[in-house]
Design a protein around this ligand. Sequence first.
Ligand SMILES: *Cc1c(COP(=O)(O)O)cnc(C)c1O
Length: 356
Amino acid sequence: MKHNFGAGPCILPKEVFQEASEAVIDFNNTGLSILEISHRSKEFEQVVVEAEALVRELLEVPEGYSVLFLQGGASQQFAMIPMNILPEGGKAAYLDTGVWATKAAKEASKLGNVEIVASSSDKNYTYIPKDFVVPADATYFHYTSNNTIYGTEIFEKPKVSIPTAVDMSSDILSRVINVADFDLIYAGAQKNMGPAGVTLVIVKDDLLGKSGRVIPSIFDYQQHAKAGSMYNTPPVYSIYVSLLNLRWLKEKGGVSVIEQENIIKARTLYDEIERNPYFKGTANQEDRSRMNVTFVMDTAEQEAAFLELAKERGLIGLKGHRSVGGFRASIYNALTISSVNALVDAMKEFEEKQGA
Ligand SMILES: *Cc1c(COP(=O)(O)O)cnc(C)c1O
């Protein structure tokens, strides 16, 4: 058995893989594969309608927001957000908490003025800046709620008085959020919602149509909203597999239930990192992520030896991102507590072997 701690594309529930594979052969007894049906067919239309309804239900999306399934990944959103809401010559405020936040700001700076309100680059993004001022004359504020690479997370929305856009790629659906706090939420599906190829965007309708820019249709949220995410051929299979995962989450009891599991999983792993003298967490304690747990060892030899032991125990995807080193255990929704326990057991085993 393999325990997949990969950061993304990531683990999905076994049941989802099972059903997804069946649909490749015969989708809903149509006698056709999900890969060959028309995206305009009644059957697929129902997939999009149900997926949207489930996102609205699971996240309790209020009235006045569009829920879109787009392509181009979270990276495309880095550009689409300023294209759609930042006026020519306007200013946007960005919080710099890591690689993804930096990339988002860089794209916005191609379309307007970007003010970095704070950055934790001075300590390799191991913490979340707390005291910063967001300029009131900026059109919007952008931040990344979970820093996938550095293992830090922002659980409470910073207090700002201007519209807020948030990259929730790696913690969407992992904890309860108040959608009304945000004007735009986006997430590449491949960390917690589904497979690669589709991006979820939840956008307040009031925010749109005000930038005064000419926006190419394919990048225009309003065009996608008007077309019900069917402006052009959508990523049919990615949306379908996301639907299966959303159904799975609903059956489990929804976001508040998975949040409790995620809290226990994260605590179990952080407790062992703190207890075990061979491992050391890299993120500032109060900013530690529940989704990506980053840790290191004292020497490269120890790290190589532990990685080898982990591999023997079926624990994969643990190697840390090159900018942090060490290890990163991504413990997304679909990763079970028994997989976390298997990792903790391997850490204990390593300690015992050293002591022997
Ligand atoms: C992975 C990731 C991205 C990049 O997503 P793509 O879909 O590959 O563009 C952006 N932001 C965060 C927080 C991520 O984890």
